[in-house]
Write a protein that binds this ligand. Sequence first.
Ligand code: C2E
Ligand code: CA
Ligand code: CA
Length: 684
Amino acid sequence: MHPQNELDAAARLLGELEASLIVLDPQGYITGWNAGAEKLFGYEAAEILGQHILLLYADENEDDAELFNSVFALGHGTVEVRRRRKNGEIFWARIQLILVRDEAGRPERLIGFIHDISEQIADREHAHLLSNVFEHTPDAIVITDADRQIIDVNPAFLSISGFSREDSTLRVPGFLQHPEMGSHIDASLAATGHWEGELWELRADGTRYPVWLTLSAVYGQHGQLRNYFAVFSDLSESKAAEEQIHRLAYYDSLTNMPNRSMLFTLLEQALSEARRQRNTGAVLCFNLVGFKAINDSFGHRGGDLLLVEMAQRIRSCLREEDVLARFGGDEFYVGLFAISERIDAALVARRILAQVTRPFELERQEIMVEAHIGITVYPDDGRDADRLISDAAVAMHRAKQSAQPFLFYSAEMNRRSLARIKLAADLHHALERDELRLYYQPQASPRDGSIVAAEALIRWEHPQRGLIGPGEFIPFAEENGLIGLIGDWVIKEACRQLAAWRQAGLRLPRIAVNLSARQFQPGLADRLLAVLAQYDLPPALLELEITETLLMQGDESMSQILDELHGAGFSLALDDFGTGYSNLAYLLTFPIDYLKIDQRFVRGLPDDTHNAAIVRAIFGIAEHLGLSLIAEGVEVEAEAAFLSELDCHLLQGYYFARPMPADAFARLLRDSERIGALSKNNPG
Ligand code: C2E
Ligand code: CA
Ligand code: CA
């Protein structure tokens, strides 16, 4: 049985009309539905009666409280809202609701009239858009009546011409009264309703200025001339702007050096010259190491200052006819056009490197930078600018990887780059094919040589290429986002391994895992705790190694995440300490437990007096701040002895053991428990 359609008499009458009519009970259930509503919404009365009115809402969160308050208080109310038809289509509706009370004055029903106002809304929005355009376009707009008297102008016109609105509306605009142009413009307007061209306009102060003007006649429905409509821009500004634009387009705004597109142009020119003269040329790609860290530590202003000075220093090594261009960031290119053989390019590269590796002064601190250069030679390596530039970049990357100051390009390098692309693709499968491994490197106490902890270091057992180190694939993973999955795997695997060792009755070392910046998302502590709980391990067994750069990018959320980790009982170690131009203040703000002294400061201790001084200073800071130190990359006895004397908390390095697979590490743990100490180089 269908619910009763209770349109009452008056409403039924209305129901015959086009209007859409709905009746609701006071709880919002539909009790009446006329033909208009059926047409508007697409539901037949039989299927909609008894349903709740919310079914027709387009926005779940629509706030209808105000409407119903008004209806119940005043007896009626009107809203403009979005509604949904049966076919899913959404439209704008104006709804008028009327409350009908029973004889006792209790609300009995609501009658709603619904009008589709989508078109009105669209018109209104369209008009709103047009008036916005009129108000905000940078071009001047003038509208006149058929007698050429101005009836409206936009703000851009006022600011360009200097006239006030009152002055303007009394005028006939210049372009409609130029005696010499008049006939010409009129002829065009009469023929096509349109004219476009450059001419001079008058400002309020009497000066003239060039404009580019588009003039249109507007006709009414019956073809009678109604208005003229003119849009123009002030060319005097754009003429100056043109030069500016040229500079912006072809020069780097920071260093005033040519940019990428200018370099291409200049190189192509120089190359066609070289082709004719059978000259040799070269392209050098220059890049800094750790520029990001400088930006992080000194802010972008500091970074910019460094780049400007860098550019000047490079320039000072070049001849007049050579080109120096900046591609953005810390990437510079040099075009050498007056060299007679390859080796000349190497000489210039050496000269540049000598210049840029001299200390810089930034905020009264001395900064040293490292740089690498890749070189391509014309015509040996390529004949067009494109090739030379992109292969110089390849050579630069190769120089960086192999820690050489500069390298000439060779075809083999590109083959290797292809191999790298392939590797990045393979990495996607490494996880699902279970090709990742964790190696463990012991961290020993200098007191008795006992293994207190281990750093987990990831390896990739590639089916064709064998064991691949993290330096080769972690950067890819960071670029393509896989690092999140890999990072999760590392945590889980470390926990699984700890649990397995416990099962085997071993004394559990603390495991340090390396975290990438990308892994620092809110909720990290909870996620880690969940993994630990799964293996029934305490958080104290997990140490998280983070880098200075991570702290430097530190905003509020970072410090909150670190506090959460610390609060949850994880220990935090600051990796590669001393390599990041760091601001030591953050050591006070963040809850760090350990500093890991980077290998570059450990190397050569104690004979390297520079390193010895730095390491002593680091110990001073650490003691002051109550931090423990871990030294990494300890390779020889002398280093170990020096660090032990300074009371270093833990030592890690080839001197004790190399990173090794889990089973080898377990044997080592067992042996060291038996003999009580790990004292000398253990080939792993
Ligand atoms: P790191 O955290 O600074 O790790 C120490 C690196 O120094 C390791 O290289 C280790 O094998 C090496 N090393 C240890 N002792 C000595 C020594 O006495 N002499 C020398 N010359 N080197 C030593 P590895 O394993 O190639 O790792 C390189 C970097 O890859 C690590 O640097 C770390 O930043 C990153 N990494 C390793 N595993 C992971 C991981 O699971 N996740 C993330 N995000 N990064 C990882
Ligand atoms: Ca580390
Ligand atoms: Ca390190």
